[in-house]
Write a protein that binds this ligand. Structure first.
Ligand SMILES: Cc1ncc(C[n+]2csc(CCOP(=O)(O)OP(=O)(O)O)c2C)c(N)n1
Length: 565
């Protein structure tokens, strides 16, 4: 048995079923042995797409995504995907080929120090220089990627290590590796938990702020129990989307720069923020001083480095959100908060009215609001598991504002890095993980073209992905900032020379249709959603349609621009 065979055996031992990747010289031996292993390999058309697909696979399953690439350019094409996964705490195992050990550091053909390059954007990394270490490194990598705060782990393997014969009887490792200095905390300190219970019971205007950590720890039902027991409204970050029932009386939706007015006002006027698995990103907090003024903060997070990083915290609880909330829920009394909720409801209704009016006023034309409301309303009447993904830009924010029907663990978006080009390959990966689910992939015309070559992969595997290209013929979000903050100087944001997206999809063998007439909107959308095959819907939007509400960067969350000109 050689290194490549042993590596594949170790991956089988970790129950890996699907690997996304792209071959090359340094991984020829690995790809040779991959064909004999009990693992499906998905050949994407670009390494960036492979790593985003592995990421999408991981986001909707309880497994880390796995990705292969060759040395040099193959490895460097993974960088955006690694950084995306790192920022959103997504567990990945990324295996890159490397030049032979003897050539390391010699600027050999296709040599890049990928371990060095990626140090700030991985949870951990290895240069695997001894075939004997393969079982230990693979076991450790899976352990590190999936425990504590999850994240991507990179393993760089020189090609001679893949070819080398292993000592007899070398076997994959099982069990929990004992790693010096790596002991994630899960339990939460009992004294802090007690303090949190008291603080919540004493609060007059508490709000729960639920982030991506709620999804990662599957703590949705515990958040729900706490909210109901204590009658606390729930606001989510972009990464927390879908974890709290969207139609619950206590649900306020997303807060922050493009958050709901009701959610933002509730956050600012609360006297206690119960932050669960959030990292207080600038997009969420707006002006930090105003954000925390006159309020206490309880922060539950598995990563101690997050506590106090951005804002001061009164009760820090380090550990797994689910277990900690279970303990809080056991200890805490039930109560009702009529006065606070009456006020919150007023803000919420005011906000809702604004949206409903906007959608009603736009009923005769194709707008983000009308299209997304129509898709959301059609799908919520079906009893179906649906995965929703977005790319980055205006359409991403429109989805979070108008598309209501998102269920736990079924929302994919690049929240932290905001990586254009993420959406299409991520939805592809999600479709491999959950092949019985419909996957809806909302993309802008800009971001779509960053990885549109993956239409080939979608077509090849006949993945039931519905690609909704929100085509406004521009880099909408950047154009909006130029309109609002740069005196309408539209520098390089109009996408002249876009292809015919319908023809492009058809060229890859996909069904495709264009929506450019409001009269046909309902029927066109219904037809697309009925289609069991992969298909693309191009939605022709007006270039000047902007996203509102909008809290300008660095401003307090109540400094809200509700409508455009
Ligand atoms: C890889 C990458 N490059 C640049 C940006 C900066 N950026 C953020 S949003 C945006 C515009 C996106 O345009 P489009 O994909 O058409 O979506 P829209 O905003 O129009 O919905 C750009 C260029 C980014 N987020 N990611």
């Amino acid at each position: 048995m050689n290194g490549a065979q042993l590596l594949m055996k170790c991956l089988e031992n970790e129950k890996v079923e699907t690997i996304f990747g792209y071959p090359g010289g340094a991984v020829l031996e690995l790809y040779d042995k991959l064909m004999d292993a009990n693992v499906e390999h998905v050949l994407t058309r670009h390494e960036q797409a492979a790593v985003h697909a592995a990421d999408g696979y991981s986001r909707v399953s309880d497994k880390p995504g796995v990705c292969f690439a060759t040395s040099g350019p193959g490895a460097t094409n993974l960088i955006s995907g690694l950084a995306t996964a790192y920022m959103d705490s997504i567990p990945l195992i990324v295996i890159t080929g490397q030049v032979a050990k003897g050539a390391l550091g010699s600027d050999a053909f296709q040599e890049a120090d990928i371990k060095g390059i990626t140090i700030p954007i991985v949870k951990h990394s290895y240069l695997l220089t001894d075939v004997k270490d393969i079982p230990q490194v693979i076991r450790e990598a899976f352990h590190i990627a999936t425990t504590g705060r999850p994240g991507p782990v990179l393993i760089d393997v020189p090609k001679d290590v893949l070819n080398e014969a292993c000592p007899e009887n070398t076997k994959p490792k099982t069990g929990k590796p004992d790693l010096l200095g790596y002991k994630p905390t899960y339990e939460g300190h009992p004294v802090q938990i007690k303090k949190a219970v008291k603080m919540i019971e004493k609060a007059q205007r508490p709000v729960i702020y639920a982030g991506g950590g709620v999804k990662l720890s599957s703590a949705g039902s515990e958040v729900l129990e706490l909210a109901e027991k204590q009658d606390i409204p729930v606001v989510n970050t972009l990464m927390g989307t879908g974890e709290f029932p969207w139609d619950h009386r206590l649900s306020l939706g997303m807060s922050g720069m493009h958050g709901h007015v009701g959610a933002n006002k509730t956050m600012l006027n609360s006297d206690l923020i119960i932050a669960i698995g959030v990292r207080f990103s600038d997009r969420g907090t707006g002006n930090k001083e105003t954000f925390i003024k006159d309020k206490k903060v309880i922060h539950i997070d598995i990563d101690p480095a997050e506590i106090g990083k951005i804002i001061p915290v009164d009760v820090p609880i380090v550990g797994d959100s689910k277990g900690i909330l279970e303990k809080i829920n056991k200890k805490i009394n039930s109560t009702t908060r009529e006065k606070w909720l009456e006020q919150v409801e007023k803000w919420y209704d005011e906000d809702k009215k604004l949206y409903q009016e906007r959608v009603t006023n736009q009923a005769n034309r194709i707008s983000a609001g009308t299209v997304l409301s129509k898709i959301s309303n059609t799908l919520k009447n079906r009893n179906e598991d649906i995965i929703v993904s977005t790319d980055v830009g205006q359409h991403q924010m429109w989805v979070s504002l108008y598309y209501e029907y998102i269920t736990p663990g079924k929302f994919l978006s690049s929240g932290g890095l905001g990586t254009m080009g993420f959406g299409l390959p991520a939805s592809m990966g999600a479709s491999f993980a959950k092949n019985d689910h419909m996957v809806i992939s909302f993309v802008g015309d800009g971001g779509f073209q960053m990885n549109s070559q993956e239409l080939a992969t979608i077509s090849r595997y006949n993945l039931p992905v519905k690609i909704i290209v929100m085509n406004n013929n521009c880099l909408g979000m950047v154009r909006q900032w130029q309109e609002m903050f740069f005196n309408e100087k539209y520098s390089s944001t109009i996408l002249e020379g876009n292809p015919d997206f319908v023809k492009l999809a058809e060229a890859y063998g996909l069904n495709a249709v264009r929506l450019d007439d409001a009269k046909t909107m309902d029927q066109t959308i219904e037809n697309v959603l009925e289609d069991k095959n992969p298909c693309l819907l191009e939605v022709r939007l007006c270039t000047i349609e902007n996203v509102f509400p909008f809290v300008p960067p660095g401003k307090p969350l109540n400094d809200i621009i509700k409508e455009g000109k």
